[in-house]
Design a protein. Structure first.
Length: 132
C-alpha cells in the first residue's frame, strides 16, 4: 500500500477501498452506507434510558424503533477504523484547536467548538432531509 508523505494512507487507495466496500455491501446485504440513522437511533436509545414513557409516545420512535443494528455498528467501525489508521500511520493527535483553524480564526476553543457543533447540526439536518 502506498503512503503519503506524512505517513497517511493514499486517499485514492482508501477511496477505492471504500467504493469496494460499498459495492460489496449492496451486493451481499442489499444495503447502502448510512451514518445519520445511527445518530438518530442513539438519541432514541438515550431517550428510552432517560425517559422511557416519553420515548414510547413519540411517533418517530414507534415507527423506527431505536436499536443497535448494522448502521449503528457501522458508525462504531468508522471510529475504530480511523483510530487504527491514525495510530498505525503515526498521525494520531489530540488537539482542541487545529493549527489551520488557529491560523485563520484564532486560538479560541469556544469559537471552534461552537462552529463545529453548528456545522454538524447543518450537515445532520441535510442528511436527514435527504433521507440519509
Amino acid at each position: 500500500m502506498q503512503r503519503t508523505a506524512d505517513g497517511g494512507w493514499n486517499p485514492y487507495f482508501a477511496g477505492a477501498l471504500g467504493g469496494l466496500l460499498l459495492t460489496l455491501s449492496v451486493w451481499f446485504a442489499g444495503m447502502y452506507f448510512s451514518a445519520s440513522n445511527a445518530f438518530v437511533r442513539t438519541a432514541g436509545i438515550l431517550e428510552k434510558l432517560v425517559g422511557p414513557e416519553r420515548a414510547a409516545g413519540m411517533d418517530y420512535f414507534t415507527k423506527y424503533v431505536p436499536k443497535i443494528d448494522w448502521e449503528w455498528m457501522f458508525v462504531i467501525g468508522i471510529f475504530l477504523g480511523s483510530l487504527v489508521s491514525s495510530t498505525t500511520s503515526g498521525s494520531f493527535l489530540l488537539k482542541a484547536v487545529p493549527d489551520m483553524w488557529q491560523q485563520r480564526f484564532g486560538p479560541s476553543r469556544v469559537k471552534r467548538d461552537t462552529f463545529a457543533f453548528l456545522g454538524g447540526m447543518i450537515i445532520m439536518f441535510g442528511a436527514r432531509l435527504s433521507g440519509g
